[in-house]
Design a protein. Structure first.
Length: 446
């Protein structure tokens, strides 16, 4: 549950009210199901009611937190609010699927960038609540392209979150924002062993869409890309997955494609003080506009699964430093047992091998980041005939230099897991603070 939901739940009986939003006149909201019903019953009358040109957001309503909870009650499903102090999709419990998109801007002025973010905010606020884009006329006119692409019509919101961030190139000379680039957000260096491919790197803007339904997530990315035409173009995209809630009702730690639990050592997202220390940028960090935001690092990690599958179980466990079945650290009993760096095995050697992934990632025990990783499978590599599959690693932190870069430098130098993986993609994004109702994503920067 998002922290902003706690306050909302106290007011479940109160009626939601619309809020002022930028760049649009808002009327009565229309759900995906409403559009389908009106197209079948009252479509003719709606068509006669007015043209749909320029009506992408006409009649679209940005939901308040109260309305989000009320809608969730009607669908018997959790709906994450879009507006709030922090963006959803960071400490939000991971959904089943990911659609990640990196965009490059094609506009020349900061005003055009601002306008794009205003449009994206309105669209994201509605898609996360399960509402179609545009009013009924904009989606039923036979003479115009529909305002919404329609593949999510009739589908529930599926816990959708949409998280926006700006890449290092966003702060170059084009928009006059170089002086506002946070010191905690440097370019990522090339680490030892990197095999980066340009088609999986960089971008002016990163958008992370997570949902419990892949079609719903794809719908969000597709519509954001369509709204951006003339302002931004897709640079690269990546879909990801993990086991679904239906497959594992207990909601345990997901396993990666190597069969090991991934994310056991994550900090407790319910500890607000710890999140302020580890994840959320603070006003005193040097970039006041980022307060309440977080820095994302995304890495596309190709796994050499054919080689891994020929390795012994003992070698696999010593590589990770954990038992495959339980996820417990070697020498321990429970998945969440603390790492004992001094424990010895029967031969008097460290129970946790000195080159094991978990031991090296532990570092001094004080350097933490929040992992939010998804597996990916992109078919066969035409050059090798092997699976193009692995981990789309995402992490959030307060300071990229002190957290991810410091940790990855150690892992790149000595991690036994490097025998079986290759980092082929890399990108960093400064994820904005959450938008207040009536505002838009990035307004603290602009």
């Amino acid at each position: 549950m998002e922290p902003s939901d706690l306050k909302t739940n106290e007011n479940l009986q109160e009626a939601g009210t619309s809020s002022k939003t930028p760049g649009s006149l808002l009327n009565k909201p229309v759900s995906r199901r409403d559009v389908l019903k009106m197209a079948g019953i009252g479509g003719l009358g709606l068509l006669l009611g007015g043209g749909a040109a320029g009506a992408l957001f006409k009649g679209t309503k940005a939901f308040t937190r109260k309305e989000s909870v009320l809608n969730a009650g009607r669908t018997n499903e959790k709906v994450h609010p879009f507006y709030g102090k922090h963006q959803s999709g960071i400490i939000t419990p991971s959904q089943n699927f990911l659609c990640f998109a990196s965009f490059d801007l094609t506009v020349a002025s900061i005003n055009e960038v601002r306008e794009l973010f205003q449009k994206w905010t309105l669209a994201a606020a509605n898609m996360t609540q399960g509402s179609m884009l545009g009013d009924s006329a904009a989606n039923t006119s036979l003479n115009l392209p529909p305002a919404d692409t329609g593949e999510a019509a009739g589908l529930i919101p599926s816990r959708t979150t949409i998280t926006f961030g700006a890449g290092p190139s966003f702060f170059d000379s084009r928009f006059g924002l170089a002086s506002k680039r946070p010191a905690a957000f440097p370019d990522l260096p090339k680490f030892r062993g990197d095999a980066l491919q340009p088609q999986w790197c960089g971008g002016d803007i990163g958008v992370q869409v997570c949902a419990d339904d892949l079609q719903v997530a794809f719908h969000a990315v597709r519509n954001l890309a369509r709204i951006a035409r003339g302002s931004a173009v897709l640079r690269w995209t990546q879909e990801g997955f993990q086991r679904t809630g239906a497959a594992e009702p207990a909601n345990g730690t997901p396993r990666n494609l190597m069969g090991f639990k991934d994310g056991t050592g994550n900090p407790d997202v319910n500890d607000a003080k710890l999140m302020d220390e580890v994840v959320w940028a603070q006003a005193g960090d040097g970039a006041a506009w980022m307060a309440g935001g977080s820095y994302m690092v995304a890495r596309r990690i190709r796994m050499r699964l054919e080689v891994w599958d020929r390795s012994t179980l003992d070698d696999q466990q010593r590589t990770f430093g954990r038992y495959r079945d339980s996820g417990a650290p070697l020498g321990g009993q429970d998945e969440f047992d603390p790492l004992d760096l001094n424990a010895k095995d029967a031969a008097g050697q460290p129970a946790l091998p000195v080159t094991s992934h978990s031991r090296l990632a532990h570092m001094d025990g004080n350097t933490k980041l929040l992992r939010r990783a998804y597996s990916y499978s992109s078919g066969l590599d035409a050059k090798t005939g092997q699976l193009d599959a692995g981990l789309f690693f995402i992490c959030f932190q307060r300071n990229v230099s002190k957290q991810f870069i410091a940790m990855q430098q150690i892992l790149a130098a000595s991690d036994k897991l490097n025998e079986y993986i290759s980092h082929v993609g890399s990108a960093g994004f400064a994820c904005f603070p959450g938008a207040a109702e009536g505002g838009y994503i990035g307004d603290t920067l602009f």
